[in-house]
Design a protein around this ligand. Structure first.
Ligand SMILES: [Zn+2]
Length: 340
């Protein structure tokens, strides 16, 4: 090829022929090539149920979140549904605690009453219930204690399964075990099937880390352990390959959805899990991750809306199909506003 012809050809594979900024010139252009756009229907709002009527107890460390009696819970869940949020995840808060966590599976327990109220008023709303014992045991651990004060994995399974069945009986669409006992997905699946709840799905907290970011949640749920910590059953934060092993085990035991918790500080784990399973992957944007943005925004250090949406978008970009977040309703409204 003659050199004078080569000089007139556009150069390929580099500047100035390639200018990445061309696709960023206008909002219309950016929107056209956007790779990730979280949908409100992907968001799940965590909610805290208490007994009574007309009860609203705001949680200091979680601005915008309150513990609610079933009547007010229904109103807030309705607002979330109307904003397009995909579902709610219910936690029970109660003073009725004993060594065995027996109020976790009481037919008239706080979660069971809340589920009944929600499914009566909003039958089309997806209601997910957290299945664990830490909010119901006087020692605050997620399972039953053995003789040495350690959590007894195998002895805890029957109580967890009984709790899941009581939630299904109240009308839950999905039960979500968060205890991190080995074998609990299989135990819950067979208990649900035996009780005739074959269609109730299991969302397993498969990779739940012993994270420092759960602090505000413990204030909300009153579930801090009375002694020791949860590092004996929750995952060690430095481990990612182990998360994939947990997910594969839960899938084999019959989980319908798997979860990574926390979310924003575990994007690599979400990606690894996404690549390891065909199941829907949920990620829990936890209380501390939410509170960080809220607190900085309150001080004027961050723009809440853009910072929160950036975090939630990153979680979806990493591979999450579902994002459980305290910002669900605000984020859903911001997305709708952005679309107009
Ligand atoms: Zn727990």
């Amino acid at each position: 090829m003659a050199p004078e012809i080569a000089d007139t050809m556009p150069r390929t594979g580099g500047f100035p022929a390639v200018r990445h900024r061309r696709l960023r010139t206008t909002e219309g252009m950016r929107r056209l090539v956007r790779e990730t756009a979280p949908r409100p229907s992907q968001f799940v709002l965590p909610m805290f149920a208490v007994a009574g009527e007309g009860v609203r107890q705001p949680v200091d460390a979680l601005p915008g979140i309150a513990r609610l009696s079933p009547d007010l819970l229904v109103e807030e869940a309705r607002a979330a549904r109307d904003a397009g949020v995909g579902g709610v995840l219910l936690f029970g808060v109660t003073d009725l605690k004993d060594a065995d966590g027996s109020s976790a599976h009481a037919a008239d327990g706080v979660v069971q009453e809340a589920v009944r109220a929600l499914k009566t008023a909003l039958p089309d709303l997806v209601v997910i219930t957290d299945v664990c014992l830490c909010g119901y045991t006087d020692h605050g651990h997620c399972g039953l204690l053995g003789g040495g004060g350690e959590v007894d994995n195998d002895a805890s399974l029957a109580v967890l399964a009984q709790t899941a069945v009581s939630h299904a009986r109240a009308g839950a669409d999905v039960v979500a075990p968060s205890d991190m006992m080995d074998g609990r997905v299989a135990a819950i699946r067979s208990a649900l099937d035996e009780a005739g709840y074959e269609d109730v799905a299991i969302m397993s907290y498969s990779a739940k880390y012993a994270s420092a970011f759960y602090g505000p949640f413990r204030e909300a749920a009153g579930s801090a352990p009375g002694h020791g910590d949860r590092r004996g059953y929750q995952m060690d934060p430095p481990n990612a390959r182990e998360a994939v092993r947990e997910v594969r085990e839960d899938e084999a035991e019959g989980a319908d959805l798997v979860m990574v918790k926390p979310a924003a500080t575990y994007l690599d784990v979400i990606r690894a899990v996404r690549e390891a399973t065909g199941l829907p992957v949920a990620a829990y944007h936890v209380s501390g991750e939410y509170a960080m943005v809220k607190a900085a925004a309150e001080r004027g250090w961050l723009d809440e809306r853009s910072a929160m949406l950036e975090v939630l978008t990153a979680v979806v970009r990493a591979g999450a199909d579902i994002v459980i977040t305290y910002a669900a309703v605000d984020a859903a409204r911001w997305i709708h506003e952005g679309e107009r």
